[in-house]
Write a protein that binds this ligand. Structure first.
Ligand SMILES: *Cc1c(COP(=O)(O)O)cnc(C)c1O
Length: 362
């Protein structure tokens, strides 16, 4: 038996064990080809079948309407910070951004090189402990899209309700991709790195409205154009074959669990266990986030002192609960409990929290 720990890493992160084992079993000799999938042409029959199936799975599992193209691109979510404004902003058009924390700031910083962008809501004053309500988002005239970060991975906040504004939404879904349904009619584009909910690092999944991909700017390098990527079905150049292959397996696993609706139920259930452990601790554990904005993917909390946090982390390590350290920019504890985190892992953490409090009173 392989020893597996409970891995609360923020990304790359836990993947379903069955997916890893399947990949391992097929790795050296892929379906009798006498070679592995990563050694063969991406235009050969084996990989083309994997590629097409992965696109189909994205559509069925995530409920993506026919009006959207599904793209597998390199450069992770970060390249999309630049590609979105590069492609979408025409002269005279503006990009609106919700500044919800670390990742939103990255998107804003990159967009500024490619067009006129502004902050439609700024979470700086509340130290990024909540997301805005629709009424707080100020859309100015000439706005092409509103960019939002569905879930801020470091701050541990998420949009509970999607904003209802008069312009199309663009969403960075990196850290809660396929953990809940998306109102597709409100979005022109969603994107995210694969390495949290979808598979290994090395690619972004981009889902773009077809009409938007056909109207994008053409005065940019070919790889960077959504229209070319869509026309070539993400085979403009050699695609990230291994991440696409693994993503297909992860999506089959999700489908077999009951799809995005099941992922959503499980996420609420798992996060509920940890937030209850925090709320029932009599103030020993504290979550800095507003209740309505609490992430169900990244649960952040503090202990009574930084010393206790250090002791907590080393005790957790020894108990097989790994990678619970908060991001270096904010400190504290962060439990990332993406789709593939089993409920047992979350229960083990909750009982460790209770034992730890008993052994180390404030
Ligand atoms: C992880 C993450 C990113 C960065 O993803 P890369 O694929 O490493 O570029 C961007 N946005 C959010 C919300 C993330 O969680």
């Amino acid at each position: 038996m392989t020893e597996r720990v409970h891995n609360f890493s923020a990304g790359p992160c836990t993947l379903p064990l069955s997916v890893l084992e399947e990949g391992q079993a097929e790795f050296v000799d892929y379906h009798g080809a006498g070679m592995s999938l990563i050694e063969m042409s991406h235009r050969g029959k084996h990989f083309v079948a994997v590629h097409e199936e992965a696109i189909d799975l994205v559509r069925t599992v995530y409920g993506v309407p026919d009006e959207f193209d599904v793209l597998f691109l390199q450069g992770g979510a970060t390249l999309q910070f630049a590609m979105v404004p590069m492609n979408l902003l025409k002269s005279g058009e503006r990009g609106a951004y919700v500044n919800s924390g670390t990742w939103a700031k990255g998107a804003i910083a990159d967009a500024q090189h490619y067009g006129d962008v502004y902050t439609a809501w700024d979470g700086t004053d509340c130290n990024f402990t909540r997301m805005p309500n629709t009424g707080e988002i100020e859309i100015q005239s000439g706005t092409r899209y509103l960019h939002l970060t569905s879930n801020e991975t470091i701050g541990g906040i998420r949009f509970g309700d999607w904003p209802k504004v008069d312009v199309p939404l663009v969403g960075d879904m990196s850290s809660d991709y396929m953990s809940r349904p998306v109102p597709w009619d409100r979005f022109d584009l969603v994107y995210g790195g694969a390495q949290k909910n979808l598979g290994p690092a090395g690619m972004a999944l981009v889902i773009i409205r077809k009409t938007v991909a056909r109207e994008n700017n053409q005065n940019i390098g070919r790889y960077l154009r959504y229209d070319i990527q869509a026309d070539k079905d993400s085979m403009f150049n050699t695609p990230p074959v291994f991440p696409i292959y693994m993503l297909g397996k992860v999506l089959k696993w999700m489908r077999d669990q009951g799809g995005v609706e099941a992922m959503e139920r499980q996420a609420e259930d798992k996060a509920g266990i940890l937030y209850r452990a925090i709320d029932d601790s009599g103030g020993y554990y504290r979550c800095p986030v507003d209740v309505d904005s609490r992430s169900v993917m990244n649960v952040v909390f503090r202990l009574p002192s930084e010393d206790l946090e250090k002791t907590f982390l080393s005790g957790a390590d020894a108990a097989g609960l790994l990678n619970l350290k908060g991001h270096r920019s904010v400190g504290g504890i962060r439990a990332s409990i993406y789709n593939a985190m089993p409920k047992e892992g979350v229960q083990a953490l909750a009982s460790f929290m209770s034992d730890f409090q008993g052994a180390h009173p404030a």
